[in-house]
Design a protein around this ligand. Structure first.
Ligand code: MGD
Ligand code: MGD
Ligand code: SF4
Ligand code: MO
Length: 695
């Protein structure tokens, strides 16, 4: 018997917690969090623990496939890797020959390993590397940039040392990041206060000292009133504001009409409760974290909502503070050197992005751009034809609204590729499926995590692939070889790691003992005299010139929106045991939560003659789906809520098939509903009708 312990990185969600995997005779045994990492100390979430079930499940793509029938028909020809890579390279080359490299659109699901993909896309001569963030955190990212000049990851959440944490549109105990959960639990044990602002009672709400059930979509009103109270009651940190905030007087004047009494009529939260909350919050300053949100692709004003949160943190002096939102350190900030970038293997294409980011929309961060606008370019060929789409670990038919509209757009493509470890609607609709080895069966490029103590980390292969699947780098190298991108055609992962480590002073062996290499001797807090805002003034700028130049106000009056008579706002979120849509068919996780239900306020349901456990028909614009009703007093009556990721329709997923409702199908026209100031989709600006399903 040979027993081994392998340090690796979880891949069941984008958080990528460090893990330790025990193997025995080439089989995965016990998986736990990496015991050497602060805040992890061996812990793992339920999804991470189900990684073993993922690799053992035969209901995933087990070898390369080329489509035989029409798109989406589900007829596949199993082929060898050589055939699949030859075919893919040929199709990609054909598009490049006809329309140039810019005609390739590529998207992935974000995360720390993107350098490899970005390099590949650049090598093809395309500026169109993209990811899922337009359906996730782009609004909050742009909100940070509009105020600080750096993005949302320029600060970290120092939960361990916080004295009051506010979660608004953020369910930390179910939408999990293991370190964050542990840090917050520890802080609560030490007396930290927790306030939750949500449209329904979550697990996080049950652990809170204060819970505000707010009217869906009215958070911006709530926050404007908080700013009003902080300023008018003199509760803000005057020294911090004087030192670091530009245009404070403009903010003061703007917030003047937004009194707690005004907000009460919009949000349903009593004015007195809001004032008491703000008073208590201010006593904890600056060790306060009002989380700016994560999944913020929800409303037309989500960008402005996230901005108010950052502004509140700044008014409390929490930006850069211990126990607040200290600045994240890069390797250079602690005297180290970052990884050598693979993307630098090729020159940056001069061509402008097809999605308009950086030129038509100069206010937005070029980075991954905005994928819904990339799709729009496929439809219109404006600014140029986009003829191949490579969906790399990405399932837009699940994660973007209105899948039927998206399929129509994709029908314009000459080539559609899916690289994935699990079946997905996108893979099912594609021309070629290249099956990726699940994370326990593959290694990845090295990655760097910025933070109080930045570190480099390594994902190793714990066991060899059980089916005919390959690692990311093997797939990219295989395609690179065939497409003439010699610089990226690495033969071994060690060669890639060595390339990345050049000049860092770190070697591969340094990852042996712990799986990661910390670059400082402990957490390093920058002085609050040196916060390094990247704006022109070097301060937090309330008036954002890049936005103003586009006719987008920095301080936008509150508008809000209500569901039409007889309809409900569709809202959604996560539970602790599933990741998006891709774990529903995992045998262990399916057992825990096999389908979603429709949360509905009891009084609203009663009016419609619905009882708990009834089957309901939920509809919008001619689309409809069935789902079991869950009645509760603990949701706002204007909303219905579902867990995202259910309602699978693929016959190859026997467990997930036909269970629950896919709410993205009810978001007709949703690809065109997006926040012009924040860039992300507005997935909750959609309304549905609910009635009892006839048996
Ligand atoms: N209606 C609605 N739409 C949403 C959401 C919602 O709640 N409701 N949520 C939004 C959010 S927050 C996001 S982030 C996006 C997510 O949208 P996606 O990024 O598309 O979602 P995932 O299912 O996480 O990943 C897509 C595919 O990547 C594959 N994959 C390959 N390798 C890996 C790996 O190493 N790790 C992981 N995790 N997957 C891999 C999986 O097989 C999966 O099919 O959707 C957004 N869209
Ligand atoms: N278990 C698990 N953990 C995950 C993921 C996963 O799929 N599963 N995905 C990861 C990813 S990609 C992301 S982006 C994060 C997301 O992390 P979060 O953003 O925290 O997760 P969500 O569940 O999408 O949304 C949080 C809460 O917003 C509430 N909400 C909806 N509308 C409103 C509103 O108008 N006002 C207020 N105040 N609240 C509202 C929902 O009820 C929900 O409880 O989680 C990450 N962690
Ligand atoms: S939060 Fe859970 S699923 Fe996500 S990476 Fe960490 S352990 Fe894995
Ligand atoms: Mo996300």
């Amino acid at each position: 018997m040979s027993k081994e312990k392998v340090f690796s990185v979880c891949g069941m969600c984008t958080v990528r917690c460090p893990i330790q995997v025990e193997t025995e005779n080439g089989q995965v045994g016990f998986i736990q969090g990496n015991p050497h990492v602060n805040g992890i100390e061996g812990a793992l979430c339920g999804r991470g623990a189900a990684g073993k079930a993922l690799i053992e499940d035969p209901e995933r793509p087990r070898g390369p496939m080329i489509r035989k029938g029409a798109r989406g028909e589900g007829k596949w020809q199993a082929v060898s890797w050589d055939e699949a890579l030859d075919y893919t390279a040929e199709k990609v080359q054909k598009v490049i020959d006809a329309h140039g490299g810019r005609s390739i659109l590529f998207s992935d699901r974000g995360g720390p390993f993107r350098d490899l993909h970005r390099s590949f896309v650049r090598g093809l001569g395309s500026p169109n590397w993209s990811n899922h963030d337009a359906s996730c955190a782009r609004n909050v990212h742009h909100a940070a940039q509009s105020l600080f000049g750096f993005g949302r990851k320029g600060v970290v959440y120092d939960l361990k040392n916080a004295r009051h944490v506010v979660l608004q549109t953020r369910n930390m105990f179910e939408a999990i990041n293991v370190k964050e959960v542990n840090d917050l639990m520890g802080a609560l044990d030490r007396g930290c206060k927790l306030t939750v602002i949500d449209i329904r009672a979550t697990v996080s709400a049950t652990k809170a000292h204060r819970f505000f059930m707010i009217r869906p979509g009215s958070d911006y009103a709530f926050n404007l009133a908080v700013i009003n109270v902080l300023i008018n009651h003199g509760l803000y940190d005057e020294a911090f504001v004087t030192r670091w905030m530009k245009d404070f007087d403009t903010l003061r004047a703007f917030a003047e009409p937004y009194t707690p009494e005004w907000a009460e009529t919009e949000t349903g939260v009593p004015a007195e409760a809001l004032v008491n909350f703000v008073r208590e919050l201010a006593t904890a300053k600056p060790a306060v974290i009002w989380h700016p949100g994560w999944m913020t692709a929800r409303y037309n004003d989500s960008f402005y909502m996230s901005r108010t949160i950052y502004i509140i943190n700044a008014l409390l002096g929490a930006i850069g503070a211990k126990g607040g939102l200290p600045r994240a350190n890069t390797p250079a900030d602690v005297g180290g050197k970052g990884l050598r970038a693979l993307v630098d293997l090729f020159p940056a294409p001069e061509e402008k992005r097809a999605d308009g980011v950086g030129w038509r929309y100069p206010q937005f961060d070029k980075g991954p751009g905005l994928l819904h606008l990339g799709f729009e370019a496929i439809r219109t060929s404006d600014p140029y034809p986009v003829k191949a789409y490579l969906a790399y670990r990405h399932d837009p038919l699940m994660g973007f609204p209105d899948p039927e509209a998206l399929k129509k757009i994709w029908d314009e493509l000459d080539f559609l590729l899916a690289v994935t470890f699990s079946w997905s609607d996108t893979a099912w609709y594609s021309d070629v499926v290249l099956p990726l080895s699940p994370y326990l069966e593959r290694e990845s490029i090295l990655a760097c995590k910025n933070g109080l103590n930045p570190y480099l980390f390594m994902r190793r292969r714990a066991v060899n692939p059980r089916y005919d699947t390959r690692a990311d780098w093997e797939i990219i190298a295989g395609l690179s070889k065939r497409l003439g991108l010699d610089a990226l055609a690495f033969d071994t992962i060690e060669a890639i790691w060595d390339y990345q480590l050049q000049g860092t002073g770190v070697t591969r062996d340094d990852f042996e003992t712990k799986g990661f290499v910390a670059l400082a001797d402990g957490p390093r807090y920058r002085s609050q005299d040196n916060l390094g805002f990247k704006t022109d003034s070097g301060k937090i700028e309330i008036i954002a010139p890049k936005w103003e130049a586009q006719g987008l106000p920095s301080l936008k009056p509150y508008e809000g929106s209500h569901p039409p008579e007889g309809q409900f706002r569709i809202t959604f979120g996560r539970c602790g045991v599933h990741t998006q849509g891709h774990t529903v068919n995992n045998p262990l996780l399916f057992e825990q939560v096999p389908e979603n239900t429709l949360w509905m306020h009891a009084a609203a349901a009663e009016q419609l003659g619905l009882s708990d456990g009834d089957e309901a028909l939920v509809g919008a614009n001619g689309e409809a789906g069935n789902i079991t009703v869950k009645l509760t007093e603990m949701i706002h009556p204007e909303a219905v809520f579902v867990l995202h990721g259910f309602g699978h329709t693929l016959p190859v997923e026997s467990r997930a098939f036909g269970r629950g409702l896919a709410e993205q199908r009810l978001m007709c026209g949703g690809l065109n509903k997006w926040d012009k100031a924040g860039g992300a989709l507005a997935l909750q600006e959609h309304y549905v009708t609910v009635r009892k399903a006839v048996a």
